[in-house]
Every structure is written in C-alpha cells, then in structure tokens.
Design a protein around this ligand. Structure first.
Ligand code: FE2
Length: 316
C-alpha cells in the first residue's frame, strides 16, 4: 500500500460502500492511482464517484484495467436490437433502440426492468460470472422521481451466519438461471409462464465462496438461484429463501441516490448484491444508464461449470 494516498474516501454505509474523490477521469490514470481505486472497491464492495468525465470509450478503457470485458452479444443473438452500437456497453436504462422511453407496452424490456429490480449479482446466471460492474448515469431523471440503486453487503451477511450454518452450506452449489429471475419477477407474463428454469442451461456457482481480493467469505445467493445442486428441490429452495432473506436485512443495505449526470458506481459482484428500483420516472422521463461489465478474473470465475462447453444466457 502506498504511504501517501491520493483518493479521499468517505464511508457511506454501516459496513460497506464509500464515496471516492480525487480522480480526474479526463486525464490518464497512473497505475498507483488505479491501484488505490481497485483497493477501495475491494474494501468497500461498492464505491460512488460523482460528476465524472467518463464517456463510453473511457469507461470501457477503465473496465479493461480491471480485467477482461463481458459483452451484450448473447442478448443481441437472442434478438434484442441495440441502441448503442458498442457491444461492451450494457444499455440498462429505460430507452429503447429508437432512443425513446420504454413503456409497459414493450413486454421484453418491461420484464427486464422487473427482473433487475430483484436482488442479484450481475452475470451469476452465466458459467463465467461477472466481477466488477461500472455503472454510469449518463442522463438521470428529475430528482425525486426514483431510480436509485440499492446494495447488500453479502460478505457481512456471511460473517453473521452461525458456525453451524456456515458448515451446513460449505461446498453447496447453486444452480442459476436468468429465466428463474424473470419468471419470479413477472409472474403473469406469458413470456415466462410455461418455462421451467430447471430445463434450461444452468450456471453452477458455490453459494458461499472466498472473495479472493479481500480474503473474506461471501454469500453468493441471488434471484437467479433456482435450486441447490443434488439437493431435494423443496429443501434446497427453502435454504435459498432462508439465506436470501437473511441477506436482505436493513443492516446490510446501502441505497445509492443518483445525483448528477455522469455519476458512477463501481461494485464487485463477488462481494455485494444489488438491485434497480422502480420509480415515478418510468414511462415518463429518460433514464440513460450504461454499464461496463468485467468478468471475474479470480480462480472461481467459472464456478463448477464445464469451461469446454462455454455458453452465455441472453434474452431479447
Ligand atoms: Fe444488475
């Protein structure tokens, strides 16, 4: 660790989350400063940086310094028409491919918004999971109309489990599906009504695992987790529910209220959970949010999945 730090870090939540100042993204970021940024993300799980000078290209370049980037190709192949031509930008706001505000008349995008409002870790439904997410509020809706992002400290949630529970879940493997999240989030949608997620390709990741960068254990149970590998379905789903509810207690929660255009949040999906929230802005005001996703670069990035049969799940 450098003896003189250049970042100013202000903790925001009880156990995690911080606001970071001291980086001018319009200038080159030297290795020492980037390492301080990386260390802050590792320690706090999620950091907020206000009024950055990042654009699509510099956000992608920043993402590449964390590791190899994921892309939207799986969603494009599934039939989604993209507003933003760059495959390394995930378009997660409320604008359609014609740059118009999405309404409930767009069943796919409406279902996606509902799905993202459930607690999740980005990319947990893929065999190669996501590590760092960099989310930029390019154009925010008027203040007071909602659209904040919420986070859970899943490392603290693990720490607080009893020794017996930690022993019980050691080595258990969650079977994850994007369809499970969408089905739960959209119970009345004909898009998912007849789909059994268990019949779809499942991404297998241990539900408790070491977060290598911090040396702390993390509870990796998200709304994509359909069942526990090899366990009776009902028993496994009851365990998932128990752990998921434990993690969602207010004491583990931090709410990020977006303030200004080009505010940025950077988080580690192997250390926190997050969700988007609904708000009055939906259907009325533009909310242009763009994410760069970095693959987990650690040894458990591929979980318990067969790397020789690599696939990614995508939806229109
Ligand atoms: Fe997300």
């Amino acid at each position: 660790m450098p003896s003189v730090t250049r970042l100013q870090i202000t903790p925001l939540g009880c156990t995690f989350a911080a606001e970071v100042e001291g980086i001018d993204f319009s200038q080159p970021i030297d290795d020492g400063l980037f390492q301080e940024l990386r260390d802050a993300v590792t320690k706090y799980g999620v950091i907020v940086i206000r009024k950055t000078a990042l654009d699509d290209d510099s956000a992608i370049a920043l993402g590449r310094r964390f590791g190899e980037l994921d892309s939207v190709r799986a969603h494009r192949l599934a039939g989604r028409v993209m507003r933003i031509p760059n495959d390394e930008i995930f378009d997660v706001g409320n604008l359609d491919d014609k740059n118009q505000i999405v309404t409930t008349k767009d069943p796919n995008r409406h279902a996606t918004a509902n799905g993202n409002a459930l607690w999740h870790a980005d990319g947990a439904f893929n065999p190669r999971r996501t590590g760092i997410s960099i989310l930029r509020g390019v154009e925010l809706p008027p203040k007071g109309t909602g659209g904040h992002t919420e986070y859970l400290d899943s490392r603290a949630a693990y720490d607080d489990l009893s020794d017996e529970k930690k022993k019980e879940i050691e080595g258990l493997i969650g079977c994850n599906s994007l369809f499970h999240n969408r089905k739960v989030a959209n119970p009345d949608s004909p898009l998912f009504k007849d789909i059994d997620p268990a019949t779809k390709p499942l991404a297998k990741h241990k539900i408790a695992q070491l977060h290598e960068a911090s040396g702390r254990m993390n509870l990796y149970v998200t709304s994509y987790c359909h069942h526990i590998d090899g366990m009776d379905l009902g028993k496994g789903q009851a365990l998932i529910k128990e752990l998921f509810e434990h993690c969602q207690q207010d004491k583990y929660k931090f709410v990020h209220h977006w303030q200004d255009n080009n505010d940025v949040a950077i988080w580690d999906n192997c250390a926190v959970l997050h969700r988007a929230t609904h708000g009055d802005y939906e259907g009325k005001y533009r909310r242009d949010m763009r994410r760069v996703s970095v693959f987990d670069m650690g040894p458990t990035a591929y979980g318990e999945n067969d790397v020789s049969t690599y696939w990614q799940q995508g939806l229109p």
